[in-house]
Structure formats: structure tokens, C-alpha cells
Write a new protein. Structure first.
Length: 398
């Protein structure tokens, strides 16, 4: 028996105010990074910007490039849906310089050898820096924990069975102890097989209690239910090493969107009610949810053309994230621009326990942006974003 461990530690848009109070940031040398966190050589090495900096045009801003904690690149094994080249091109077009790739590849990324093979793929075709998760359990089957210590030694920094979670609390407890011992982050999809509200709440509560028991760091993915957000908020007040994220689609839509968009508004967890959407907006604004993450999940048009109950869950979102969320959160005056950018940069970096990479993005903050998915770079276009009234544009990542 293991002993108890202790944790170590939408109203109409309005015009944003100018950021004249932001001083020019200092330019320290670029922080060194482990080799497995290196960025593609075609990205230039600008002086690291720890805070946003305005250019001569007041509406243009240079800030650290965004970090997405939750993407599906579909390679290997699912390349009809997407692949590293297309999905990382979408990331770059969306302002992201770093993405965290989930391990639900085919076969699952559950061993050192498979994880190392992914590094070779990224070196060949990734357009941005990719951090590859490894699975929590062997074959992502939820029955037997992976060798966390060996994966950590190889360079892994996070484990996730995203797409599901170990349903057996005993298995998850062992995963958590091993992760705590190895110093790995656990990124968990808190959901039962039916995608029920109760399931999300129960599995979020389970993970929070395991964080308390084991000292493992838990990050709760794509929360959608008010009660799960409240449970996370209370756990953070207790000082537990836990964090959470919201997706652009859960911030923008409710279940009512299914009537218009059908399977292109089908995801797991599902879109919920207006009071849940408002709770998510509040939690992003107050920092309970320290990251906005896309859960970018490409699927083919043929798959999404199936009857609703048979179609796969998930939508794309890398190129929608900034204009959608900037409109919802900053132009609506729910939060400041600085705090909003933190949810895309320093917030995710802190969750991963990494430095903010020395990659920058230039933004146009005063551009009305009606989204056109035919301009997106993803291999698949499954989403409800076409015609969405966003705000702001990504001009370049460099």
C-alpha cells in the first residue's frame, strides 16, 4: 500500500483601450530548452518578448506566439483526417508557435520508441514546435499504467489518454503516483462513455482528490459543466497542483448550435447550456481556467456526414481561436487584453512547467474578421466557424 503524499506546492463588442501603459520589454537572451522542446529551424529567433509590444500602428501588436495545450495531429494512422504538415500549418496561421499533441494516434504513443518516432516526424514536417504527450495507460486502454519513469527519462513532460480517461479509479491512482514520482503532468479528459454532465463532474472530482492524495499535477481538459469548474476553483483555493482549460467552442456556443450545424457541432464533452457557457467565460476571465485550448480535432467530411449518433466527436479550431475568443472576452470587456493573452501564452507555459518559447506573433487588433473556413489550412474543415463574427487577425508568426 502506498503512503499518502502531499502536493508540492455577449453583448455587442466595444473598442479596446490603447495599451500605452505597456513599456518596451527588456530583451534577455533566449532561454535554453531541452532538445525535445526545440522549435523548427525555419522559425526565426527574435528577442524574447515577455510582454506585448505595440508597433508604429497602434492596432498592431507583437506578443509571444500562442501555446495550445490540446491538439490532434492525426499522424500516424489517421492521415485521411489530418497530418502533421497540415495541422501545424493551421496552428501557425492561427498564431500558435507551440502545440501539445495528444497521444491517441494509431498506434497509441505509449512507449519510448513510439514517442521518439514522433520526434522524427516532427523534425520532417512540423511548421511549429510540437510537444508530444505519451499515453497514461498501455494502448490507451485504461487498464495498465505506462512506464512513466522511462518516458520521463526519454524527454516526455506530460501524459494523457485524451479521448477517454481510465474509468477505474484504482488504475488512475497508480497512474497518478507514478506521474508524481517521475515529475510528469497528467492531462485528463474527465468524462464517462456517455458524455454526461454527471460523468464530467464525477471524474473531475476524482482527479482533484487524487491530486490531493498523490501530489500529482493534474490538468483538466475542455471543462464544460459549471459544477466541474466550481470543483476546480475550490481545489485551487486549497492549494492543490491542478489547472484547467476551456475551448473556443464551449465559450462560443451552446447545445442550440446543433440545430444549425449538426455533426459539425458534435464534440466530447458536448456543448451544454447558456449558464455553463457563462461559467466558462467567467472562469477564463478570473484565471480559474488558466488556458484556452482548441482541442483541434480534424475529421473527414464523409465521417461527419454520418447520422448524428454515428458521427465522430470533434471539430477544428486552431485558426478560429484568436478571433473568436478575442471578440468574446476582450471586445466584450470581460477581461483585459493582457490577461487574455496570458491564457494563450504564460498560462499554458506555467501548466507545462516550461519557459515561454522565443517565438513571436504579430496581431492586428482592430480588424473585424468574419471567419471563412475555406481559407483554413487544416486538412479537414469540420467545424461551426464559417461566417462567425470574430475580431482581430493573426498577421504572422516569426
Amino acid at each position: 500500500m502506498r503512503g499518502k503524499r502531499h502536493p508540492s506546492h455577449l453583448s455587442q463588442p466595444s473598442q479596446p483601450s490603447h495599451l500605452s501603459h505597456l513599456s518596451q520589454p527588456s530583451q534577455p537572451s533566449q532561454p535554453s530548452q531541452p532538445s525535445h522542446l526545440s522549435q523548427p529551424s525555419h522559425l526565426s529567433q527574435p528577442s524574447h518578448l515577455s510582454q506585448p509590444s505595440h508597433l508604429s500602428q497602434p492596432s498592431h501588436l507583437i506578443t509571444p506566439a500562442f501555446i495550445d495545450l490540446h491538439v490532434h495531429l492525426r499522424e500516424p494512422g489517421q492521415t485521411a483526417k489530418g497530418d502533421i504538415a497540415h495541422e501545424t500549418a493551421a496552428a501557425r496561421a492561427g498564431g500558435f508557435g507551440t502545440v501539445v499533441a495528444m497521444a491517441n494516434t494509431t498506434p497509441p504513443t505509449d512507449t519510448v520508441e513510439r514517442w521518439q518516432a514522433m520526434q522524427e516526424r516532427f523534425a520532417q514536417s512540423a511548421q511549429v514546435r510540437v510537444i508530444q504527450c505519451a499515453c497514461m495507460t498501455k494502448d490507451r486502454a485504461g487498464r495498465e499504467p505506462v512506464d512513466a519513469a522511462a518516458l520521463k527519462t526519454a524527454g516526455v513532460i506530460a501524459l494523457s489518454d485524451d479521448g477517454s480517461t481510465p474509468q477505474d479509479t484504482g488504475v488512475m491512482r497508480e497512474v497518478a503516483y507514478r506521474a508524481a514520482e517521475a515529475g510528469l503532468l497528467l492531462i485528463d479528459h474527465c468524462e464517462d462513455p456517455t458524455s454526461s454532465r454527471r460523468g464530467e463532474i464525477d471524474f473531475a472530482t476524482r482527479d482533484l482528490e487524487l491530486a490531493r492524495e498523490t501530489g500529482a499535477r493534474f490538468h483538466l481538459q475542455h471543462l464544460s459543466a459549471t459544477e466541474a469548474v466550481e470543483a476546480l476553483r475550490e481545489a485551487q483555493k486549497d492549494g492543490l497542483p491542478v489547472s484547467g482549460e476551456a475551448t473556443p467552442h464551449h465559450l462560443a456556443f451552446t447545445a442550440a448550435a446543433i440545430a444549425r450545424w449538426g455533426t459539425n457541432a458534435k464534440m466530447a464533452p458536448p456543448l451544454r447550456e447558456e449558464h455553463d457557457r457563462q461559467a466558462l467565460l467567467t472562469a477564463v476571465a478570473d484565471g480559474t481556467l488558466a488556458a484556452i485550448a482548441t482541442d483541434h480535432a480534424p475529421h473527414t467530411a464523409e465521417e461527419k456526414a454520418r447520422p448524428f449518433d454515428e458521427a465522430p466527436n470533434g471539430i477544428i479550431g486552431l485558426e478560429a481561436a484568436f478571433p473568436v475568443c478575442y471578440a468574446l472576452l476582450v471586445k466584450s470587456s470581460l477581461m483585459t487584453l493582457e490577461d487574455f493573452l496570458a491564457r494563450l501564452t504564460t498560462g499554458p507555459a506555467k501548466i507545462l512547467d516550461i519557459e515561454v518559447p522565443a517565438i513571436s506573433v504579430e496581431l492586428d487588433l482592430n480588424s473585424h474578421n468574419i471567419l471563412d473556413i475555406n481559407q483554413f489550412h487544416s486538412k479537414s474543415l469540420n467545424c461551426p466557424w464559417n461566417g462567425y463574427p470574430g475580431w482581430g487577425k493573426v498577421l504572422r508568426v516569426f
